[in-house]
Ligand binder design. Structure first.
Ligand SMILES: Nc1nc2c(ncn2[C@@H]2O[C@H](COP(=O)(O)OP(=O)(O)OP(=O)(O)O)[C@@H](O)[C@H]2O)c(=O)[nH]1
Ligand SMILES: [Mg+2]
Length: 211
């Protein structure tokens, strides 16, 4: 029960959504998260060990959203540290680097690993978004056509060519992930009570009690 000074007009519901970044070590997952959340880029970032997450508040199509971005360690030796965090993800961002053909060929393994540990029964109907990162580099090894074909063959997931370095398409990719999640049926269970209580708002005048 809310105390009587809390007026419903002072509360706003925010949806909490969890997206997880997966992909080979070095493709730029941490850089994408840092670019999006902090608008920063570090050209000498250390490999991630385990997982890290950051929150970002945003509004998509009039809906307030708390986006929780989970960044994982892509290196094989950290597999057991990252997989326990897959469960509960609303969207998975499968990331490869456009200058690293092997990271693209590994997307199928990442999808499989995610589906297994997140316990996703029907992966082709789960919201995956594919990111081809480092679009700023000159020596590209993966064509847009090959990447788009992979997406078509894998449930028709959206594909973005991004650059964490110069910010190309980074916000669009995360926002599309949120749109995909919000478009799914029955989001009611994700509406968490981050109800904002405006403590500065004056108490509503009480109607005189009658007895
Ligand atoms: N040119 C260019 N370099 C990038 C881009 N994104 C990341 N990098 C660089 O690529 C290297 C690896 O980036 P990270 O973000 O650490 O990669 P990661 O996927 O998080 O790697 P792990 O933590 O090992 O899984 C860093 O030196 C980054 O500066 C990009 O869009 N363009
Ligand atoms: Mg990292």
């Amino acid at each position: 029960m809310w105390p009587d000074f809390v007026h419903t007009s002072t509360m706003s519901k925010s949806a909490l959504v969890k997206v997880i970044l997966l992909g080979d070590g070095g493709v730029g997952k941490s850089s994408l998260m840092n670019r999006y959340v902090a608008n920063k880029f570090d050209s000498h970032l250390f490999h991630t060990i385990g997982v890290e997450f950051l929150n970002k508040e945003l509004e998509v199509d009039g809906q307030q959203v708390t986006l929780q971005i989970w960044d994982t360690a892509g290196q094989e030796r950290f597999r057991s540290l990252r997989t326990p965090f897959y469960r509960g993800s609303d969207c998975c961002l499968l990331t490869f680097s456009l200058d690293d053909g092997q990271s693209f060929r590994n997307l199928a393994n990442w999808k499989k690993e995610f589906a297994y540990y997140a316990d996703v029964k029907d992966p082709d109907n789960f919201p995956f978004v594919v990111l081809g990162n480092k679009v700023d580099v000159a020596d590209r090894q993966v064509s847009a056509e090959d990447a788009q074909r992979w997406c078509r063959d894998n449930g028709g997931c959206p594909y973005f060519e991004t650059s964490a370095k110069d910010a190309t398409n980074v916000a669009s990719a995360f926002e599309e992930a949120v749109r995909r999640i919000l478009a799914l049926d029955d989001r009611a269970d994700h509406l968490i009570h981050t109800d904002m209580v405006d403590l500065k708002k004056k108490k509503e005048p009480q109607s005189p009690s009658c007895c």
